[in-house]
Design a protein around this ligand. Sequence first.
Ligand code: HEM
Length: 364
Amino acid sequence: MTWAPYGPYWRQARRIYLNEIFTPKRLDSFEYIRVEERQTFISQLNSLAGKPFFLKDHLSRFSLCSMTRMVLSNKYFGESTVRVEDLQHLVDQWFLLNGAFNIGDWIPWLSLLDLQGYVKQMKALKRSFDKFHNIVLDDHRAKKNAEKKDMVDVLLQMAQDPTLEVKLTDDCVKGLMQDLLTGGTDSLTAAVQWAFQELLRQPRVIDKAIQELDQETLRLHPLGTMLAPHCAIEDCNVAGYDIEKGTTVLVNVWTIGRDPKYWDRAEEFLPERFLEKDIDMDGHNFSFLPFGSGRRRCPGYSLGLKVIRATLANMLHGFIWKLPQGMNTEGISVEEHYGLTTHPKFPVRVILEPRLSSHLYSPK
Ligand code: HEM
């Protein structure tokens, strides 16, 4: 869906996401999964107390496990099917290749040569994902009356609807499943990781409220430096520039979020700025667009915020966070590694110390 042009297919996919997948009722029905996964994550962190470790590795696993359970019930992992590490690798590859600068996209006569080998890698990735998707679809079809419905069950149910404007083929279901897995995992890992990378540089803000933290994190480090490429569907004029129908439009939300015209001390991490300003993140305020805006705004917006807020709150409440010996706050880099989502280039190693009594860290 992310790469689908505006038209009947995209409109239908969007309707399915908004009316069937991301409804408050459906998201509430997955709350128990988010709670269980969070408890497991916090308990794993607790077992690492006192030793330096990279937060990213554990966050990625936590995001992937939470998303796979919500999307496809997470029961396909094992030696005979797919290992979690393998799926993580496929998701990482997907992001890498989606964010890659492929010369053939910009100089079409070079595309046949596939000079950087990206197209070959994309085809291989598609084959690997396809194998996994087929296992998931076959299994869901065999158990179509499962008591607890996951997101794939909902998509397969929609595919049976004869009134749909565009037929939902297996390829479409695979694509929508893929969007849910990839859209959910990397964004959540990067957002929480950035919050910590910045927080450890300025421990005083750890004491401040959580809500302002995620707003400020997404302002300074929007997960997509650019929104997904948009296509002008009619001739228009923006700020005096004529944009012809069919033009690819790249919106640089990173620059907007750091524009000194809209933000005081724009380069600094100051969550408290949101205490004074009532700025929403839902795409109405054009100085702050971490989820995009309008029709193509991120459909996973409310799920994303739910997971990030609860995870950050639990991590901050549960542990005292420190840097390994010999490292100081100036040593923490905020350099960015660009891709479809932007991660810290040099992830920080951390040490934590539990703050609460030990029985609170065991998974239920
Ligand atoms: C902090 C969390 C997240 C952030 C910051 C984020 C950000 C974004 C952004 C900037 C876009 C592009 C919007 C545009 O081009 O105008 C987008 C699109 C999208 N996101 Fe997210 N996202 C997050 C979480 C999620 C989650 C949890 C899911 C699904 C489970 C998801 C699924 C999607 C999909 C399918 C699209 C494509 C929408 C379309 O093309 O119409 N996102 N997201």
